[in-house]
Design a protein around this ligand. Sequence first.
Ligand SMILES: NC(=O)c1ccc[n+]([C@@H]2O[C@H](COP(=O)([O-])OP(=O)(O)OC[C@H]3O[C@@H](n4cnc5c(N)ncnc54)[C@H](O)[C@@H]3O)[C@@H](O)[C@H]2O)c1
Ligand SMILES: O=C(O)[C@H](O)[C@H](O)COP(=O)(O)O
Length: 376
Amino acid sequence: MKIVADENMPYVEALFADLGEVVMVDGRTLIQAQVKDADVLLVRSVTKVNKSLLDGCDRLSFVGSATIGMDHLDLDYLKRRGIFCTNAPGCNAVAVGEYAFNAMLELARRFHSPLKNKTVGIVGAGNTGTALQHCLQAYGVKTLLNDPLLEASGDEREFVSLEELIERCDVISLHVPLTRDGEHPTHYLFDQARLNTLAEGTWLLNCCRGEVIDNHALIQVKQVREDLKLVLDVWEGEPEPMAELVPLVEIATPHIAGYSLEGKARGTFMLYLALMAQLGREVDKSLSSLLPPLWSHQLSPLSVPDERALLSLVRLVYDLRDDDELFRQRFQNNKGFDLMRKNHKHRREFSALMLANAAGSDVDWLFELGFSGVGL
Ligand SMILES: NC(=O)c1ccc[n+]([C@@H]2O[C@H](COP(=O)([O-])OP(=O)(O)OC[C@H]3O[C@@H](n4cnc5c(N)ncnc54)[C@H](O)[C@@H]3O)[C@@H](O)[C@H]2O)c1
Ligand SMILES: O=C(O)[C@H](O)[C@H](O)COP(=O)(O)O
């Protein structure tokens, strides 16, 4: 069996080498000739999987994307060809939730405006939106949700309209898939007209897909609205974000919100499970055996940390400012955006940091937030 896999996917060798020949490729520039005799194709979001890539790849029977988003997969074409296709829903939800929470703490510190007192609106209350809500609730921040599809499906959480969310929230974080059809398309969900309705001083975060915000319109609006603060992890036109937009953004990163080591490993592992099921073979590997051990058993916040101390704890796990700084230096270099993604030092999730406090104390909410505790 020949398995062609994106080189930015960790643990492919460890999980798939038993099954056949593994060939690692640059997913962004992948061409048909490289997939011609493959049985299995493992991709990430940068590979457009469609007729032009797969025409004539007659052996291919399995396509797996180690991502949540599926907008790069031509699902109708794969179905017509009878090629099994799967993705990895939820794999990096915690990473995205923690990224957005982390970014909000950074803005709060920068603008001397505590997060704790704000109302945060989450647009798209699926895996990543819910992970963010979980962090915010653990810290005691009020949240409002907008998700007309979940609302209609009977999700029992409380939802508000997008208009109400925009009106009532100090912070808005976007967590929708990129869609162009259906009753609630998200392409340019935040167009010029909607951007103009943002309340004075809104913080707007986009960790889902660049095209959910009209980036040209965002430039125009931001140029006259110093009060708006932006956090962008995703950009219209990736891997070439609009150069005029970057300096207008407070925290700018190259689509790495989901890039925790755990999140990426979970993505690969979910594809491994799907392929083993497809082949009718027994699973003989575990995710936990792949990941490095947790950090530090010594750290012990003695009293309830204030927001400043919480940010220090969060920065210990992942200092978002490093990625922001590198991005500004490199995004305009030849292939800078993709190189930063490829070389991204694997960040860990809050759970990698083990706190020595006992459960049942007044810092329990840190465990709720995601940090590990001895004996938990
Ligand atoms: N930046 C990153 O690294 C990164 C990582 C993971 C996911 N993503 C992106 O984020 C998207 C969301 O991920 P997820 O795991 O939360 O997906 P999900 O499918 O679990 O949740 C998305 C939610 O959005 C809702 N939704 C759809 N259209 C909507 C609309 N018009 N208004 C409001 N809500 C709407 C859906 O009902 C669903 O509940 C993915 O599709 C992917 O494109 C980005
Ligand atoms: O949809 C997703 O899961 C994310 O956008 C994904 O993490 C992006 O990373 P990539 O697949 O481009 O490496």
